[in-house]
Unconditional design. Structure first.
Ligand code: HEM
Ligand code: HEM
Length: 122
């Protein structure tokens, strides 16, 4: 039952990833089409800081980070767990994956928070 729930979540986050990653690609790769802005300008530091001030962007990026990380980490766990592991090793893999995921989540959240709270000119 627990495995089914974890796997379902791995699938349920897919629409979130598809929509938010699609939007992220629109900003990063198709800025001329959607924002009338060159790709170089869209990726400039000052433009990034400008975008970063939006609370909506802060929330949506953290959501994409969580959804993408969960999906990816669960997928990697599935791959590693196909190895003939002892129950202790399997448990260790779970703990390691959770710890690694939380670490990357903390880093990613910090980066997004950093752009959100960045003060231009110090
Ligand atoms: C819209 C984007 C994505 C779609 C539609 C998608 C779809 C899928 C599907 C259908 C599966 C197989 C699920 C299963 O049968 O258990 C899967 C597995 C997986 N996905 Fe994604 N995924 C996407 C993005 C990502 C991203 C961004 C990552 C990396 C962070 C990722 C990493 C993985 C991994 C590691 C697996 C496990 C592969 C395996 O078991 O061999 N995916 N994905
Ligand atoms: C070449 C492709 C990519 C480029 C050029 C790019 C560029 C950027 C930039 C400049 C930011 C800072 C925020 C902003 O300016 O809007 C950012 C943030 C972010 N990107 Fe990407 N990105 C790419 C691919 C991806 C992919 C494939 C994913 C997820 C599967 C992703 C997930 C994120 C997340 C979650 C953030 C928020 C900051 C964080 O949590 O670390 N990006 N990206």
């Amino acid at each position: 039952m627990r495995e089914t729930r974890l796997w379902s979540l791995h699938i349920l986050v897919l629409p979130i990833i598809a929509v938010l990653l699609g939007a992220h690609f629109a900003v990063m790769h198709y800025a001329p089409v959607f924002y009338g802005m060159s790709v170089e300008k869209a990726r400039e530091f000052s433009t990034m800081i400008e975008r970063g001030k939006s609370i909506t962007q802060l929330v949506l990026y953290i959501l994409l980070l969580a959804a993408g990380l969960y999906h990816g980490m669960y997928g990697v766990r599935g791959i590693i767990r196909e190895l003939p592991l002892t129950p202790t090793l399997a448990k260790l893999v779970d703990v390691g994956i959770i710890a690694f995921g939380l670490f990357i989540f903390a880093l990613g959240t910090y980066v997004t928070w950093w752009t959100y709270s960045y003060k231009i000119g110090g």
